[in-house]
Design a protein around this ligand. Sequence first.
Ligand code: M6R
Length: 612
Amino acid sequence: MCGIVGFVGAEDAAPILLDSLERLEYRGYDSAGIAVVDRESGLQVEKCKGYVSELRGRLTQRAPMTGCAGIGHTRWATHGEPNDINSHPHVSQNGRVAIVHNGIIENYIHIKEFLLSRGVTFASDTDTEVVAQLLEYFFNDCDDIMDAVYQVLDRLEGAYALGILCADTPDRIIAARKDAPLLIGYGEGCSFIASDVTAVIAHTRTVSYMEDGEVAVLTRGRVEVFDEYRRPVEKTSHYVDWDVSAAEKGGYAHFMLKEIHEQPQAVRSTISPYLRDGKIRFDGLSVSTDYINGLRDIHIIACGSSYHVGMIGKYNLERLVRVPVSVSLASEFQYSDPLVGRDSLIIAISQSGETLDTITAVKTVRSRGAHVLSIVNVVGSSLARISDDVLYTRAGPEIAVATTKAYSTQLVMLNMLGLYFAEQRGSVAPDEYAAIVTALEALPAQMQQVLDDTDEYQYLASQYFNRERVFYIGRNLDYALGLEGSLKLKEISYIHSESYAAGELKHGTISLIEDGTLVIALATYAPLFEKALANVREVQARGADVLALTTADRAGALLENVHNLMTVPDTHLILQPNLGVIPLQLLAYYIALQRGCDIDKPRNLAKSVTVE
Ligand code: M6R
């Protein structure tokens, strides 16, 4: 989704804004722009379709932009095609204010008609421009920028994070938020706004998160925040311990490849705070043993890859905790009138903690009294703030649009939680518990083992990169794993792929198999290995070209049957997907590389999906 940055300090804003925008490039965007203000030159704006590098090019062809306050934006088009005019910042017709916006103004047509009837002229096709024009309209009338801002916010319907620059007050930027993420960064003699923390960690690690209805006024050495009634608000600040270098490529060709290789460390960091002396402990959780024992059901809600983690969680939690577990796409769940109550536990999973579908679903269940426990990667994110309990994965900043290390850390977190609940309820045998803990301890090293030799995946990619459709098949945990493998492939390589429960093939899907169809058969789930083998034979009999994934000790049995084979070490069966996902990530990565795709920023996709 769109990225917002803003800076006010003692030095020229333009270079800082450009640098921060580059750090937001990973979110996915189609145009970029900045606006800077100073008393002599007034508002200066440059914006264009394309990447920040193109914007930099434009800036070299014009007089330098001077001013110590500015706002910047990367746009992910929703209203109006990606072009120079529709790019942000948008400036009001008399040039008094400039606006950057993330979100959607739902009543923009209504506001536009009102302003057109009052003689205001519009330059763009966007919903955002109405905010700039309406602000100037009220500002002309009252001559107080804060009064005008509040009058505008009163009339907006929809979601917004706004950065506002005003020619009359060149010492400040103003920010406002409703249902779209926006944070404030506190630097040495300077202040920032940003849609996410990666934009500012090179300058400051102290941030606070704006809440719905809040308006912030940032000057060089001061930040004031007000609520929707214009009462001052005392903000809590958070310290972000992410390393700046973690948000840089560090010699890798792509962030995605770097993040794939960071998985052992990310998983180790996620496990270690909770695993001590052979025991999983979640001391900070507010749920009591009585509550855990009285649990009626668990509902997992999430989107995309986080939903796929939930699919694996359903199998594993039911196995360990022995309560019914449902897993739902957040975008569906929120409109399904869900049957949840006080004895339901909701587990919401999200890397960013800013996915609007997940946040909306959580708000729905909270209003029905359910307890919400979130598994989130970004400290202080919106989802974390509205949850009763939060467990933070420690993946560090994930930049590539296609998630890898966040997925792996979510998986171990969910498994640890299941094991903890199971112990409290007495639903796991002590030796089984001990076996899983031992397997968890060994997992990072086993993940590293898979990553130590990537040549094989490059070779396999060279064999398969020109396929136009691929099927993943598997049973139980392998089926859930296939969903993630398939999503990885399609989002970065644009190859059409689907994942099917192997037992369902004969109920319809198998009619799609013809000579040479590539089927990736997942056979890592030991209890159903023989059935997986039968499914391999079934598709081969219809001409499929089978690439299989299994564990080292079963390789022999599969090798006789398939064209190519990928193997991973053996672990406890509930953790097997943590190893199985790595070959699928690498295969997708190298296939996309061979196809010349923009791996870190796949077309049409955004890293953090903050609109419905
Ligand atoms: O930040 P979240 O985990 O809530 O994001 C959910 C999905 O948008 C995300 O997993 C998406 O599917 C990824 N691009 C998949 O690689």
